[in-house]
Structures are given as C-alpha cells and as structure tokens.
Design a protein around this ligand. Structure first.
Ligand code: FMN
Length: 107
C-alpha cells in the first residue's frame, strides 16, 4: 500500500494497491504514526475498505510526544463492529530501535 497525495476534489487520500484480506485472522494489530494527533488519512481510506466485524483490534502508535493521540478512538469509529482493546501501545518513533522489549511485553 503506497501513499498518494490527497485528492483535491473529494478530500479523500487515495491508496495504491489492494487492501489486505483479514478474513483468516481474529486479532488485528493496527499501527500508525501520530500525525497532528491522528493517523495518516491514507490509513483511514484503507481501513474503510476492510470489514472488521467481529475482529479484535490492538492499536499501537509511534509519536514524538503525543502518545496515542486520538488514534484509538479514531480506530473505534472507523472499524465498526470490532472490539478495540483498551491497552494500546505508544512508542517514541526516534527511540524505536530500543523498544523491542516494550513491544514484546505488550504482545
Ligand atoms: C506531518 C507530521 C505530523 C506529526 N504530528 C505529530 C503529533 O501531532 N504528535 C507527535 O507526537 N508526533 C507527531 N509527529 C511525529 C511522528 O509521529 C513520529 O516521528 C513518527 O514516529 C513518524 O513515523 P513515520 O516515520 O512512520 O512517519 C508528526 C510527524 C509528521 C511528519
């Protein structure tokens, strides 16, 4: 999935390529960088094209101070019919190389 610039007419950020088939999975991990407190619009576009009904979702972010921002509540809004767990993980992007233990404990 590649990013493209936002369409000036529709305001929708398009994506190139197929969205993933998640039908065989029960737990979905959604990771996003915090951009202006929320997730990149391309991710929202992709997620709107995926059926998350009945899935369990765990959210993680990379950031430089905002932590999770509004991303968990954004995911709850977009991924209708799913169960978004309230144990989201926030990792400082510039320290991601030393975050392995934190990620393993969380998983
Ligand atoms: C356009 C833009 C907006 C950002 N906004 C925020 C923000 O609101 N809060 C924050 O903590 N970090 C913010 N950051 C920092 C990113 O969340 C952080 O660097 C992240 O690790 C970037 O991941 P990426 O390299 O996958 O894009 C922003 C970075 C960019 C480029």
């Amino acid at each position: 999935m590649k990013k493209q610039s936002k369409d000036k007419q529709t305001g929708i950020a398009p994506i190139i390529g197929e969205v993933p088939d998640i039908s065989d999975y029960e737990v979905i991990y959604i990771g996003a960088p915090v951009y202006w407190g929320i997730m990149p619009e391309e991710m929202v576009t992709a997620m709107k094209n995926i059926d998350f009904t009945g899935k369990t979702i765990r959210v993680f972010t990379t950031h430089e101070g905002s932590g999770l921002g509004s991303i968990p509540s954004q995911v709850k809004k977009v991924c209708k019919g799913s169960n978004v767990l309230d144990d989201s993980l926030a990792i400082v992007g510039s320290m991601v190389n030393s975050a392995k233990g934190k990620v393993e404990n969380w998983i």
